[in-house]
Design a protein around this ligand. Sequence first.
Ligand SMILES: [Zn+2]
Length: 453
Amino acid sequence: MTKDKAEGGGDDMLLDGCEFEQRQRNAVPEGFNSNYLKLYYGKLFPHIDIYKWMSYGNDGKHPSCDPSYFGRREFSFTLENDIYLRFQSFNSTAELENSIKDKCPFKIDIGPVYSVDPSKRHAYAQSGDNVFTPMERELIFDIDITDYDDVRYCCSGADVCLDCWPLMTIAIKVIDTALRDDFGFNNILWVYSGRRGVHCWVCDGRARRLTNEQRAAIAEYFHVYRGNENSHKKVSFQGPLHPFLVRSYNEVLETFFEEKLLCGQQLFATEERFEKILNMIPEQSIASELWGKWQETRRSSTSKEDINIVRWKQLKRLLQSGKQKGLRKCVEEIIFTYAYPRIDMEVSKHMNHLLKAPFCVHPKTGRVCVPIDPSHCEDFDPTTVPTLSTLLEELNMCGSEVEIDNELDRTSLGQSIKFFRSSFLQPLLKSCKEDMESSYNAKIQQSKNSLSW
Ligand SMILES: [Zn+2]
């Protein structure tokens, strides 16, 4: 509510409404409650876009459409007080929308497309024809910053800040490039998880139809960590690096490590921290030499340069001037340990893993799970994404004279939804249409061939 509008007169009802909202907001500092959520689902949540996405073109009139497709998708709702409603399914955008508005779920998860309607799975089981099995699912990645707690010192647990968020930026850059260049996928959606990580949805038909074994192989492709809690070295390379790892290192990891993480995380600032890195050097004499040097400079540092940069340069010089190949490789192993993406392997490996839907609101932060543009992911700031309470405030500022259709555009969520449509949904649906067309033509051709002889 702007001051001008308040003084404009004739808007008393609105003013009262706003003041009421304002008081409500003050009463809930984290900006999340079920009344807010009801308004959000009623006015802002993009039900139709989610329906269109999950239909993958099967909601049209093309003869190749599978009208049962959307209805075989599992949705799972988490209600207030952690009540889980698994295996929800819907046959139209109206059914989906009405159910969401009615149940007002604190979280919506999306599961696979099953062989039969998941809400009727018991009926199929009783008929003795037990065919309830997942058939399709986006290839998904879940990256959670809590998995980096041994290499970030600014925050721990569920907290994130702009010093540790570059770890997520690195993950997006590395994985996105590999999915496009190495696997040839095009329809990829990155989403902020609302609190401490990112999700990736690979939606190409080829990705959706991967078997669990194929998913596991792709997850393995990204997996370089071999160590455990107790080993100093999380990454150890034998033989030449895979070209994907060389490219990730040259294009992303090295720069981000040196320009963001080194000083952002103060990786060499205390004895405990630099000892952790020195422990990764296989040559004891070099580790001791550096340790001795840094013990001294701790007492008499006159350099204007940042101590983390100075120490990193010293370590690199000693390791890279050595003749032993293993020592030079150690620089790469340190950078991989501190910067390389850590994906939750289990989520990617199995078709029937649930993943939170985009545009949900995180109950603890009130932040909306907005898409992230992978080509500008370094500009994404998790602390400034739209929150439930700011969105409702923006809605109030719009006043009652704005058309419903325009309400979304007036809020900071409008941009996110525009981006979702233009850079993800439209190209995806275009390629779905092309796929349908070509599979239809192939079928026609096949039946012609079988008739012709
Ligand atoms: Zn942090």
